[in-house]
Design a protein around this ligand. Structure first.
Ligand SMILES: Cc1cc2nc3c(=O)[nH]c(=O)nc-3n(C[C@H](O)[C@H](O)[C@H](O)COP(=O)(O)OP(=O)(O)OC[C@H]3O[C@@H](n4cnc5c(N)ncnc54)[C@H](O)[C@@H]3O)c2cc1C
Length: 297
């Protein structure tokens, strides 16, 4: 594959060659993507899917890269960074129709300005709508499952489908998109009319909570591990005495044991070693298996 071939299906200024993934991940870690393409429309996405299928090229989809650990070797083939940024808000009915590339924080701000309540929980999650659906992202007792009406996605053959909330089979940090290659393009969200001051206060309170509890001053991918069914993972890690434990440039945050942070130019290998070490320590001390929440590419 070369640039002139891809250039036939998408305009060249949207294609980046050997682009460091550290620029596109909140961890600020990751080797180069062979080809990174910023995808703004469904038509572009369809063209890329067709091209990748015909040429048998691996296609990796990312949103805002806030839940990703990309390997130091980088990513072969095409990385499609979804930037479908359409947004329609029906203020009267508190209904939102949103492209999968829109950031959660931006949507929360737009809802606030229109006095629409119910999306405050997502205001501090640094992902896109697509990534949040895939992960069933949540915070402060609410998750995407609670607000989503329907989801539109494209399969790898370029066919568009629309499914309901129930069909998305949302679970804790999982959805059908965790097990399929589908690419989310658009989402309908039902919220409710609310009071602007109350919405604003809630968002400020949540932001304050994050600032106080989470190491947002360092690059990370949020909680490294999933919550356990009958235990709080961060608490077990803390009780293993691992806060501040460091391998290479990666460290278990001193502020929140559930976060691995990029303390000092960490490599992907450093983080992986620290993940394995943490899992082993927790298992040895408590007999519990902990599972990554972050997606490793
Ligand atoms: C400081 C910090 C705090 C965080 N706090 C929270 C929190 O409170 N709650 C929470 O749930 N998460 C949290 N996260 C994790 C992360 O922000 C969420 O998981 C977010 O939803 C990921 O969205 P993204 O667009 O960045 O996805 P990415 O990280 O780019 O991708 C995540 C996964 O989704 C897939 N994906 C992305 N876009 C699409 C698409 N359009 N179609 C299909 N698949 C797609 C990717 O292939 C990948 O498998 C936090 C992260 C950080 C760095």
């Amino acid at each position: 594959m070369n640039i002139s071939e891809i250039g036939q299906i998408i305009s060249k200024e949207k294609i980046y060659i050997n682009e460091p993934m550290s620029k596109y991940t909140s961890f600020k870690i990751g080797g180069p993507a062979e080809y990174l393409i910023k995808v703004q429309t469904i038509k572009e996405l369809k063209n890329i899917l067709k091209f990748a299928k015909e040429k048998n090229i691996k296609l990796t989809v990312i949103g805002n890269g806030s839940n990703l650990l990309v390997s130091d070797e980088g990513i072969k083939g095409i990385v499609a960074k979804i930037e479908i940024n359409t947004l329609e808000i029906d203020t009267e009915n508190a209904r939102v129709n949103v492209g999968s590339g829109v950031k959660l924080g931006l949507l929360a701000q737009k809802c606030l300005k229109r006095g629409i309540a119910g999306f405050e929980f997502a205001s501090g999650i640094p992902g896109t709508i697509g990534g949040a659906i895939r992960m069933n992202a949540g915070a402060h007792g609410k998750e995407m499952k609670d607000v989503v009406q329907s989801i539109e996605y494209i399969d790898r053959d370029g066919e568009i489908h629309k499914i309901t909330n129930e069909q998305a089979k949302f679970e804790y940090r999982n959805s059908i998109f965790s097990y399929n290659d589908y690419i989310i393009t658009n989402v309908e969200i039902q919220l409710e009319k609310g009071n602007m001051d109350k919405i604003k206060n809630k968002m400020e309170e949540y932001a304050e909570y994050r600032k106080e509890k989470q190491p947002i001053e360092y690059p990370s991918a949020g909680s490294t591990f999933k919550r356990g069914t009958d235990f709080i993972t961060a608490k077990l890690i803390d009780e293993c005495g691992l806060k501040g434990y460091q391998i290479g440039g990666a460290q278990i945050s001193e502020k929140h044991a559930g976060f691995i942070i990029n303390k000092d130019n960490a490599t992907s290998e450093d983080v992986k070693k620290l993940i394995e070490y943490t899992k082993k320590e927790v298992y040895n001390k408590f007999g519990k298996i902990i599972e990554e929440e972050i997606q490793i590419i």
